[in-house]
Design a protein around this ligand. Structure first.
Ligand SMILES: Nc1ncnc2c1ncn2[C@@H]1O[C@H](COP(=O)(O)OP(=O)(O)OP(=O)(O)O)[C@@H](O)[C@H]1O
Length: 302
């Protein structure tokens, strides 16, 4: 495993290379179903780590265990050496922010208001101050707005601060979700399928944005199905299959691991009952390909 960043972690206050997330033996059972089984994972400051796996592998369930949405059946999650509190708002306050697979914005609020909502864990002003709207409240509100505008600038949405969230195109809604997550000033950002539904251009922009977030000293853990995106982006990739961590390593190591290829392509295992049938299909396909290759005009067929 390598990380190529030497960025000073201004936002998170973490030393580069320091372990920010340390999940050990995380297991999550739903009745008889073990969705996540004994998973260890660390994320260090200055790192972008990918979490991949086929559908139903347990990726989102694992994320939910990291954010206080689920209390793991077994295991422990530490953020900067502190065991995480079992409530999602406390986890956010501790320094872990997330986005969701399905966009969760306040559709009828403005772009700026959505980011301001994300700042509530960082606002010290209490209920009475807010109700009485005293000088403390106004000062805090002005500071929050300024910070929210900075974040909108950072993700490229400052010009749309007054637009309703629901009127933003899809790619921009995803950016707004990220700005809102950043508003809690996290040291670790968890992104659940940030490029789902994006076109290639938007995906490229998302990649740039995530690199920029990392360069601000925020560690990133990302779930994604887009392999090219994840392999480009991540310093390290962990693969979950049927709730278990199959392998973890840099992109090249993971990509050439036969078990990963099998998990994704569904190749039969050696003693798989369907192996014989699959081999017959493969042979038939190879024969068909050979026939096509031999066909006249094939060399011009591009
Ligand atoms: N609240 C729940 N109650 C019962 N079973 C659940 C619950 N949440 C998830 N599961 C099951 O746990 C397993 C893992 O699901 P999970 O959503 O974590 O997988 P995933 O890797 O995120 O999948 P995808 O890539 O499709 O989002 C699945 O079999 C799913 O049906």
């Amino acid at each position: 495993m390598t990380t190529d960043t030497t960025t000073k972690s201004a936002a998170s206050g973490a030393t580069p290379g320091e372990t920010v997330l340390d999940a050990r033996g995380v297991t999550m059972r739903f009745g008889g179903l073990t969705a996540v089984s004994d998973v260890d994972l660390t994320v260090n400051s200055g790192e972008i780590v990918g979490l991949i796996g086929p559908n139903g592998a347990g990726k989102t369930t694992f994320f939910n265990c990291l954010t206080g949405l689920y209390i793991p059946t077994e295991g422990e999650v530490r953020y900067k050496n502190q065991v995480l509190p079992p409530k999602s708002f406390k986890v956010t306050a501790a320094g872990i922010a997330r986005t969701f697979q399905n966009i969760r914005l306040f559709a009828n609020m403005t772009v700026l208001e959505n980011v301001l909502v994300g700042r509530h864990t960082r606002t010290r002003e209490g209920l009475w101050s807010a109700l009485l709207r005293g000088p403390g409240f106004h000062k805090a509100e002005a500071a929050s707005r300024a910070r929210a505008m900075e974040l909108l600038e950072f993700v490229g949405l400052a010009a749309k601060a007054d637009h309703l969230a629901r009127n933003l195109p899809y790619g921009e809604q995803r950016k707004l979700e990220i700005a809102r997550a950043l508003a809690s000033e996290p040291g670790l950002l968890l992104l659940d399928e940030p490029t789902a539904g994006m076109n290639p251009q938007e995906t490229r922009a998302a990649e740039e944005l995530i690199f920029a977030i990392r360069d601000r000293g925020i560690a990133v853990l990302v779930i994604e199905h887009d392999m090219r995106f994840i392999m480009n982006l991540c310093d390290r990739v962990a693969v979950l299959v049927q709730g278990k961590k199959l392998i973890e390593g840099d992109a090249a190591t993971v990509q050439r691991d036969e078990r990963v290829i099998a998990a994704y392509l569904g190749e039969p295992l050696a003693n798989d009952p369907g192996a014989e049938e699959a081999a017959e299909v493969e042979a038939a396909e190879a024969a068909a390909e050979a026939t096509t290759d031999a066909a006249p005009g094939k060399e011009n067929d591009r």
